[in-house]
Write a new protein. Structure first.
Length: 257
């Protein structure tokens, strides 16, 4: 008989984790909103054997709900090497910082943000310019697979004792690419990290464009931005305002005068 769980989560981390979890567990309820927590309380009270798994829920869970899942707690799949990158944007921050290693932690959810003791951690060295979606998939899958094998026999968790670092909240003021004050590597990392939100933007030929893909070059190419370090950020794919995404050659054919 499959272990029964309540799942808390939204977004790509949750989606990729669920692809694994549904193969091993019976998902009794999927909580997506604050209002769903009342259903969680009712289900857990009536069925104490239910376990809780969370991946990027985005809602603060109060003490009365957390206490229902003691002693092992709600198990949080967090995509960083805690206590590094606590907060809402660990994957994006790691990409923005140019990290080559990406980690996942399974921790016990507590009231303080990402501060609970850790059951498991694993780190992966991923290829240069790995996409944000690929990082989400890798870390969510690894965390969910570990839980699938260990949820009924959890080790003793390890408290977080090192000094934590915290991620910043992204907003639209960060969207504009600024090659005159930033390196090509930094701008390329921004494009990868901000894909989806807040999106990297630059104006070509008077047209506001979302930049979807780029690469770093030592020389000027078809559509390039010369950066602070003397290198070039060469655009590969972009989306002009009100239009569909396109490659750089199609854009130049349609818009270059």
């Amino acid at each position: 008989m499959k272990t029964k769980i309540i799942f808390f989560g939204n977004g790509p981390l949750a989606d990729y984790a669920l692809e694994v979890l549904v193969q091993h567990f019976e998902i009794v309820f999927h909580a997506r909103t604050k209002e769903d927590l009342e259903t969680v309380k009712d289900l857990k009270t009536k069925n104490p054997e239910l376990k809780g798994v969370l991946a990027s829920f985005g809602v603060m869970i109060k003490k009365d709900v957390l206490e229902l899942f003691e002693p092992e707690g709600i198990l949080n799949i967090h995509p960083s090497l805690l206590p590094k990158y606590r907060g809402s944007s660990p994957i994006e921050t790691a990409i923005l910082n140019g990290d080559k290693d990406f980690s996942v932690s399974i921790m016990k959810l507590v009231k303080a943000m990402d501060a609970g003791p850790v059951y498991y951690q694993e780190t992966f060295t991923l290829p240069d310019n790995v996409s944000k979606d690929e990082v989400y998939h890798k870390l969510a899958t690894a965390g969910a697979k570990w839980l699938s094998s260990h949820i009924d026999s959890l080790p003793a968790p390890t408290p977080q004792i090192e000094e934590p670092t915290f991620t910043e909240k992204f907003d639209k003021s960060m969207s504009k690419l600024k090659p005159e004050v930033k390196t090509a590597e930094r701008l390329n990392n921004e494009i990868r990290a901000f894909l989806g939100f807040p999106k990297s933007r630059y104006e070509f030929f008077g047209i506001d464009c979302i930049i979807l893909e780029a690469h770093i070059s030592d020389s000027e190419e078809l559509l390039s931005l010369k950066c602070k370090d003397g290198k070039f950020l060469s655009i590969d794919r972009l989306q002009p305002a009100g239009k569909k995404p396109m490659d750089v050659k199609s854009f130049l054919n349609g818009y270059k005068k």
